[in-house]
Ligand binder design. Structure first.
Ligand SMILES: [Zn+2]
Length: 279
């Protein structure tokens, strides 16, 4: 293993240590649509590996050859170290995952995703695009990986976007433009789509949307509704709902109001906010 300390100070002002890691046997133990892509990226001919030390076992960073310069490598390493510390603090959840995991970084390829097979059997990982563009959803994917998820796509994505926006306010992320106000987006979306759309926000289950626009609006509304919920009570309440797969009883137990009342309050709030220009 070669030690290579970073030359550039990390955003937090401390020097990031990343170690150039030697290639190792790589046998991901699961298959999905992107398995062939990851196996190809794990080929030492196609990527460089770095070990990023963290308080909970470290991260194997697999970077497509030639994709990132030193400054960007330092930035993504520092962001990963920050995420390991900040995601549990912001979400109030002890990490669901211990030990090493893998982060795949590449230019052209599948969309960013969490919970994918890591380099070795039993390891998990995340796939990260748009690092070079400064628009990677690193804190979003790390929230899925570390804080975990429940049976509500809306709340899973809502908390991930909420954490991302808390740690990098106003920054563009994947397909979210810079300085997006989720409440203004939610107000417009609620005025556009039929009531069934509103009924999907904060609800159990997973959804397949017919197009990009409505899928993005579902994410914005979920982010806005999650922000609303997190202002109604502590983090433990939010997770109690998500652990119960967003069942109506869980909302009532956590917040003392039914799901329908909460959705109504949220809808009224986003309408009012947008009108008064508050963010
Ligand atoms: Zn997500």
């Amino acid at each position: 293993m070669t030690f290579e300390a970073s030359k550039q100070p990390a955003p937090a002002g401390k020097v990031v240590l990343r170690l150039l890691a030697a290639p190792e046997r790589s046998e991901p133990d699961a298959f999905d649509d992107n398995d062939a892509f990851r196996r190809s990226l794990l080929d030492p001919a196609n990527s460089d590996r770095w070990f990023v030390p963290t308080v909970q076992g470290g991260i194997l960073l697999v970077v497509e050859k030639g994709y990132l310069d030193d400054a960007l490598l330092d930035r993504v390493s520092a962001d990963l170290q920050e995420a390991v510390e900040a995601v549990p603090r912001l979400t109030g959840r002890a990490p669901r995952r211990r030990g090493r995991f893998t982060v795949y970084v590449y230019d052209e390829g599948p969309l960013s995703e969490s919970g994918v097979p890591g380099a070795l059997p039993g390891e998990k990982g995340i796939m990260l695009r748009f690092v070079k563009e400064g628009a990677d959803p690193l804190f979003h994917e790390m929230t899925h990986l570390l804080a975990g998820h429940g049976g509500s796509q809306s709340l899973n994505e809502g908390i991930a976007d909420w954490v991302q926006s808390r740690l990098r306010p106003g920054r563009s992320t994947a397909f979210i433009p810079a300085r997006t106000n989720p409440h203004a987006k939610a107000r417009a979306a609620l005025a556009t789509y039929p009531p069934a759309f509103r009924g999907a926000i904060g609800a159990p289950g997973y959804h397949r949307w017919s197009g990009r626009e409505i899928r993005f609006d579902f994410y914005y509304c979920s982010w806005s509704f999650t922000d609303f919920l997190l202002r109604q009570g502590d983090m433990g309440r939010f997770w109690s709902v998500l652990e119960a797969e967003a069942a109506p009883d869980a909302y009532l137990a956590a917040y003392g109001r039914t799901y329908e009342v909460l959705i109504d309050e949220w809808s009224q709030e986003v309408g009012g906010r947008a009108k008064t220009g508050l963010e």
